[in-house]
Design a protein around this ligand. Structure first.
Ligand code: M6R
Length: 612
């Protein structure tokens, strides 16, 4: 939930750290800080509440901090309110050790009490400060920093990615990881650590991913990695395929808008390499056919928008494969008693591959004997590495907190998986298979058609942006689409909104409809078009203002009842949400724009939720 970057080299460290933090701000943006060391000024720490710009101002973009080695942090507060003191890096009482941390130290109260009893004074309310103070405490006893780091790691419980800089060993810093992402970057005459490759991609594309329990010693010319027992290990290096332009705005006002516009390409990149000679081919999946045919059940677990992909998946996979598909929020699954066993394929969906609840659900499912297949965007992320099988969505880096292109690529990949499984199970006819494949190939071009024509969406956003409550209604796939549409609107525009299965309205919610209530009626699931029309009439007759979404061929029919109609091209039933979501993302975007919201960094949110 926070972002960490570290640099050791020959250039001035602080400007490089601040630039790295700029690319990590999506992970947390309520405060930021850096610690650098120089022989003349010693260990210097600058930190500030607020956006990174505040820290940049304070340090003249890093220029007024000398030194060629340092660590930086951008925070999403968990323990202690966002303020200057609670910001990272945290210093030990003797000002020798600076620590940045992502994660939560669960037993920090007990450690703090222990240290207080030893006369250590604390400055902040954070869990992280105990790491700095405990490390200094052990270091005073051991006189060997690495040994003391291991003692600390054995004592603390919880999740962490740590960067540690000590004034006594100023040519190196130490990194450690458990249940929070951290990667190592190998540059020319310099080396890095980072929570995410976007922070360092400008300097190097050669990285390796730290595993739980590993500790790294980083200098300007080497990175040495040790396992949990302190034994030196060799790390496999990976090469990041995309370049810096993918992680920058490139002339767009917001990352979110850029990422909405990138969807056709992202879907193309996800789909095209997996279609060979008119067959879906998952070279990367080593699932044997006998297992697939014996599979009794599929369980999808995920959070937020990824969960909404799972909701679409439930309808589509059951329709295609004809076996039960359950979908559960990962945060519920991990504490429930789910019916999962060896015959269950558990699909974990996650853009970041680091969401803590999804990770915990994965581990629970694995312990129950299930096979784990994950659909993940970030290569080398924890969820990808812990899964039996991985399908990557090739969406490229997604920076805006509100997901768009990752959602779209997850959706299409899950649909492809459904078709592939249905084919192996012999549950799909040759004709249906071919027609779905044809439509799949045409999806990017149909997405482009929607993106070229956004005037109506902008118009409706400008007309309705000041409504303070919006209802999304729909049936079947449109209900699942409504869940995601509603989340998009509320997370970036702060407009209260709810998504309801249209048939549920009269079981309570319709009492909220009054004159002028905005209802967005999703009517793209054509087998239930008439049913949805009845629901539209119900809410209209109670005074609702309705915007309806349907396919272009049904627009005229709908206009007989509804004045405000948006339309999307027709595609196969199962892919219709992939098109339907685009106007809904744009509607949320334009509403948030009209309301003057901070679209890429909505309040209280962060991109990657690595805490519970
Ligand atoms: O990285 P993940 O896909 O696991 O993230 C799950 C949710 O946190 C994420 O989808 C969140 O709901 C987004 N802000 C939605 O736009």
């Amino acid at each position: 939930m926070c972002g960490i970057v570290g640099f050791a080299g020959t250039e001035q460290a602080a400007p490089i750290l601040l630039d790295g933090l700029k690319h990590l701000e999506y992970r947390g943006y309520d405060s930021a800080g850096v610690a650098v060391y120089s022989p003349s000024s010693g260990l210097q720490v600058k930190k500030a509440k607020g956006r990174l710009e505040v820290l940049k101002g304070l340090t003249d973009d890093g220029r007024n901090m000398e030194g060629t080695i340092g660590i930086g942090h951008t925070r999403w507060a968990t323990h202690g309110e966002p303020n200057d003191v609670n910001s990272h890096p945290h210093l030990s009482q003797d000002n020798k050790i600076a620590v940045v941390h992502n994660g939560i130290i669960e037993n920090y109260v007990e450690i703090k009490e222990f240290l207080l009893s030893k006369g250590v004074c604390f400055q902040s309310e954070t869990d992280t400060e105990v790491v700095a103070q405990l490390l200094a405490f052990y270091y005073r006893q051991d006189g060997d920093l690495m040994m003391s780091v291991y003692r600390v790691l054995h004592r603390i419980e919880g999740a962490y990615a740590l960067g540690i800089l000590c004034a006594d060993t100023p040519c190196s810093f130490i990194a450690a990881r458990k249940d929070a992402p951290l990667l190592l970057g190998y540059g020319k005459g310099c080396n890095f650590i980072a929570s995410d490759v976007t922070a360092i991609i400008k300097h190097t594309r050669e990285v390796s991913f730290m595993e739980d329990g590993e500790v790294a010693l980083v200098t300007s010319d080497s990175i040495t990695v040790f396992d949990a027992l302190g034994r030196k290990i060799d790390k496999e290096h990976s090469f990041v395929e995309w370049d810096i332009s993918a992680a920058e705005k490139g002339g767009y006002a917001h990352f979110m808008f850029k990422e909405i516009m990138e969807q056709p390409d992202a879907v193309r990149k996800t789909v095209a390499p997996r279609i060979k000679e008119d067959r879906i081919v998952f070279d990367e999946l080593k699932l044997d056919e006998a297992y697939i045919r014996d599979m009794k059940k599929i369980f999808i677990v995920a959070c937020g928008s990824s969960y909404h992909v799972g909701m679409v998946g439930k309808y589509n996979l059951e329709r295609l494969i004809r076996i039960p598909v359950d979908v559960m929020l990962a945060s519920e699954f991990r504490y429930a008693d789910p019916l999962v066993d060896e015959g269950t394929l558990v699909i974990v969906i996650s853009q970041s591959g680091e969401t803590l609840d999804s990770m915990a659900a994965l581990r629970k499912a694995r312990d129950l004997g299930a096979r784990i297949l994950s659909i993940v965007n970030v290569v080398g992320s924890s969820i990808a590495r812990e899964s039996d099988h991985v399908l990557y969505t090739w969406a490229g880096p997604e920076i805006a907190v509100a997901t768009t292109k990752a959602y779209s690529t997850q959706l299409v990949l899950l649909d492809m998986l459904g078709i592939w499984l249905a084919d192996i199970c012999g549950r799909i006819s040759i004709e249906e298979y071919s027609s779905l494949l044809e439509e799949l190939k045409r999806l990017p071009e149909k997405m482009e058609m929607i993106l070229k024509n956004t005037e109506d969406i902008q118009y409706f956003a400008s007309r309705y942006f000041n409504h303070d409550s919006v209802f999304y209604i729909g049936r079947n796939l449109d209900y699942a689409l409504g869940l995601e549409s509603s989340l998009k609107l509320k997370e970036i525009s702060y407009v209260h909104s709810e998504a309801y299965a249209s048939g549920e309205l009269k079981h309570g919610t319709i009492s909220l409809i009054e004159n002028g209530t905005l209802v967005i009626a999703l009517s793209t699931f054509l087998p239930l078009f008439d049913k949805e029309l009845s629901n539209i009439i119900e809410v209209k007759s109670r005074g609702a203002d309705v915007i309806a979404l349907t396919t272009c061929d049904m627009a005229e029919e709908l206009k007989k009842t509804v004045h405000n109609v948006l339309c999307i091209p027709r595609t196969s039933l199962i892919f219709q949400p992939s098109l339907g979501i685009i106007p809904m993302q744009l509607f949320a975007y334009y509403v948030a724009l009209q309301r003057g919201c901070d679209i890429d960094k909505p309040r209280n949110l962060a991109k990657s939720v690595t805490v519970e």
